[in-house]
Structures are given as C-alpha cells and as structure tokens.
Design a protein around this ligand. Structure first.
Ligand SMILES: [Fe+2]
Length: 182
C-alpha cells in the first residue's frame, strides 16, 4: 500500500532540493554578488505556496493531530515542537517578502539581513524535517489504523489539486537546480 508517510517522504525530497537552492542563493548574496531577483522570488514562492500551503498542511492538519492522540506522550511532545517550528518558519518566510522585488541592488545591511534570515529559515526547515522522519512518521506507521490513513491520501490529493501539485513544482525546482547546483 502507498502510505501517507511515503507521500510525505517524497515531498521531503523535493523540499530538500528547494531549500538547498535557497541556501545556495544566500551564499551567493553573502559573497557580494548581484542579487538574483527572479530565482529568489521563485524559490520563496515555492516555500510559501507549496511547502507551507500544501506540504505542511498535509502534516499539521491531516496527520499530526491523529498521531498525537494515538501515539505516546513523547510523540505528542514532538508534535508540539513541529507546530512551534511551523510558526517560526511562517514568520521567517513572511519577513523575506521584502526581497521579492527589491528596487536596485541591496545595501550591505540588507544583504546580511537576507542571509541571516535565510540561514535561520533553512535551519528550522531541516530540523522540522528531521523530527518528522525520526519520530512523526514512524509513530504514524505504528499507531494509526490503515483505514484512517486511506482518507488522508484523499485529503492530500485534494490539497495538491487546490493549491499546486508536487509534479508541477518538481519541474520548477529542477530548472532552478540547473542554475544553482546543489
Ligand atoms: Fe515535512
């Protein structure tokens, strides 16, 4: 059976590639090179429109509440930590909105603000993904009945249909990776 955790692990492969492109852009900007406006806007759109609005909603609205209820206290604590990281990631992504269409080249303080914010964001995205793969997904596979999980796959497909599919974003991120080798 194709499980929800398999679907989310496939999401993580794409997210990891997008996050590495963002980190590569931050390194480029930190080195003083010209700000890559279009590519930066594309990868920030990916974060906002797909990682936050599709992938994390699959996890936090569909999967995590059931896992927190059915698994042990340690897993419930991990779910709390995941939600806290989700809030921080949302705030950090929002604070990068200034850099979507910067007018002219950035000042040195804008450059350092950008790179520090991106690095904080990347660290939280990586930490969240690690916690999910180490704790949330194994707890889901071990504790949630298969019938419940079948409905989740339908909810996942619905979210992708409404907000954007993984397949569409794979093509876009592949195009970015040709310019930002990771
Ligand atoms: Fe995730």
């Amino acid at each position: 059976m194709h499980r929800p955790t398999d679907n989310l692990r496939a999401d993580h492969e794409l997210t990891t590639r997008g996050v590495r492109v963002l980190a590569a852009i931050a390194d480029w900007v930190a080195a003083g090179d010209e700000f890559p406006t279009a590519d930066c806007a594309s990868v920030l759109r990916f974060l906002r429109e797909w990682v936050l609005a599709v992938h994390m909603r699959k996890e936090d609205e569909v999967m995590a509440p059931a896992v927190a209820m059915l698994a042990d206290d340690d897993t419930a604590a991990v779910v709390g930590e995941l939600l806290r990281l989700h809030e921080e990631i949302t705030e950090l992504a929002h604070s990068l909105v200034l850099f979507w269409e910067p007018i002219g080249d950035l000042t040195s303080s804008e450059r350092s603000g950008f790179t520090e914010t991106v690095r904080a964001l990347v660290a939280r995205l990586e930490r969240r993904q690690q916690l999910e793969e180490d704790s949330l997904f194994p707890a889901c596979d071990a504790n949630v009945p298969g019938d419940d999980q079948l409905e989740w796959l339908e909810s996942f497909a619905q979210l992708e249909a409404e907000r954007g599919s993984r397949a569409v974003w794979v093509a876009r991120i592949d195009a970015l990776v040709t310019r930002w080798p990771i």
